[in-house]
Design a binder for this molecule. Structure first.
Ligand code: IFM
Length: 478
């Protein structure tokens, strides 16, 4: 049976825009996701994060649920425009007080706060000045990071600068399926660099405020890319191209190796990379105390054979404009064998193991945490009100098992955060896709711990992977 050491950190993750609601309360100003979700046609059913899971008002209830699950850590993000309306200038005391209250209550409950400073919700005013395609946004982010370190520094276990900059840059600025919805390939590459720079500048600012002992991190959604035909050199080259844009363009500079030359060469017809200024690569390469790894599924590619239109549908909602800047006409995405989650993503726990082993091999000495892993399914509420989400429980079981195997094979993985604590606003898919181990009834805002949540609680309590069938209620909080 797979088991984990007692200091392995078990948690769950959320993000501000996906759960908080209270979009116009407490001095919060609009972020790009407010603008985007309120633009007709952008999200499924026109859903917005205006109310979401109403966590802004109901966080004490959510904290009780975290205690009931026995969580040891809680990963959440700060809404930049709630604490610093407009993204510049003085902090908003009401916004800061919200997070201060949450963090203090978490600490009092023995749950370690793991903060993400940016989970995609750029203040709209900064987008109006060019957003992540504008270098100035990186400096504004560093200033915001400094101020938050000053406010919350003593209570935070890990400071994560960015969540999944791949999504911010390519989905936001190339394919346009995320806010701000731009389809400008050159701007997407500039955004990649300015996000990397923002991370580095913020890391410097946080360490200046809190000292070298502060735990610093960034979370990447690294891609596991399989060649359609492993014996084909052309398919292997397609893997190289996508790997460059998905993984190496972040890992390279963040871990001190600079930008990969092949990515620069591949994208030369899109951008000359003049946005990289002298000294930037040194600024970006700040020591990482832990690398946050998000893993959900794998990707399969082959070389485009020139017949018809290349299939750019990569199973992540990217079928219109492609996020894969500079690979046009070179690479085709191939439908993966199932099974699939409700997102249409293939379920492949071996990808988790492969990814962790690759990072262990190529970047030894960098500790890792799984900062997101989980699955959306179309849950059914039983007559007794329970949610018997065996498919999600199985998904979690198999992926956590893969983490355990990677640890046994030498990968330094120190924690796991299930995505997500609560059902929430799943970006372009609105409320139609549910990832929570806790169900949210969006009519009443009632919370119900799903079977997967009960199963996860047993895992945390024992440090051993329970059988999927063995879901028994955890004792209620006294
Ligand atoms: O809901 C998202 C989260 O915000 C970032 N990572 C992937 C999740 C599932 O799509």
């Amino acid at each position: 049976m797979t088991s984990f050491p007692s200091d392995f950190l078990w948690g769950s993750a959320t993000a501000a825009y996906q759960i908080e609601g209270a979009a116009t309360e407490g001095g919060r100003t609009p972020s790009i996701w407010d603008t985007y979700s309120h633009t007709p046609g952008r999200t499924l059913n026109g859903d917005t994060g205006d109310v979401a899971a109403d966590h802004y008002h109901r966080w004490p209830t959510d904290l009780e649920i975290m205690k009931e699950l026995g969580l040891q850590a809680y990963r959440f993000s700060i809404s930049w425009s709630r604490v610093q309306p407009g993204g510049r200038g003085p902090l908003n005391p009401e916004g800061v007080a919200f997070y201060r209250g949450l963090v203090e209550a978490l600490v009092a409950a023995g749950i370690r706060p793991v903060v993400t400073l940016y989970h995609w919700d750029l203040p709209q005013e900064l987008e109006d000045e060019g957003g992540w395609a504008n270098r100035e946004t990186a400096y504004a982010f560093a200033e915001y990071a400094r101020l938050m370190a000053r406010e919350l520094g003593d209570a935070i276990t890990v400071w994560t600068t960015l969540n999944e900059p791949w999504c911010s840059a390519y989905l936001g600025y190339a394919s346009g399926v995320h806010a701000p919805g731009r389809t400008e390939p050159a701007a997407a590459l500039a955004a990649v660099h300015h996000l990397n720079l923002a991370h580095g500048l913020a890391a410097i600012a946080i360490r200046e405020e809190l000292g070298e002992g502060t735990q610093l991190s960034i979370t990447l959604n690294l891609h596991v890319i399989r060649p359609d035909d492993p014996s084909s050199a052309a398919d292997q080259d397609a893997v190289r191209r996508i790997d460059g844009l998905a993984n190496r363009v972040f890992l390279g500079p963040l871990l001190g190796h600079g930008y990969p030359q092949d990515v620069i060469d591949d994208a030369a017809h899109v951008s000359d990379f003049a946005f990289v200024q002298d000294g930037d690569t040194e600024l970006i390469a700040q020591r990482l105390d832990v690398l946050g790894v998000n893993y959900y599924s794998t990707t399969r590619v082959r070389a485009f054979d020139g017949e018809g239109e290349p299939d750019q549908a990569d199973g992540h909602g990217n079928s219109a404009a492609t996020p894969w800047v500079g690979t046009e006409g070179q690479v085709e995405f191939v439908q993966q064998p199932g099974p699939y989650t409700a997102m249409g993503w293939n379920i492949d726990p071996s990808g988790m193991h492969d990814l962790l082993m690759r990072l262990h091999r190529e970047h030894p000495g960098v500790p890792m945490m799984i900062t997101e892993n989980g699955a959306a399914f179309h849950d059914v509420v039983s007559e007794d009100g329970a949610v018997h989400d065996r498919d999600r429980t199985q998904y979690l079981h198999d992926h956590i098992d893969a983490v355990g195997r990677a640890r046994e094979d030498g990968a330094d993985v120190r924690g796991y955060f299930v995505w997500s604590l609560l059902d929430n606003f799943e970006w372009g898919y609105g409320y139609d896709r549910r990832f929570g181990v806790v169900r949210v009834d969006y009519d009443t805002q009632e919370r119900t711990i799903k079977d997967s949540g009960r199963w996860y609680a047993r895992l945390i309590a024992s440090g051993q992977l329970p059988d999927v069938g063995a879901v028994t209620p955890v004792p209620a909080v006294p």
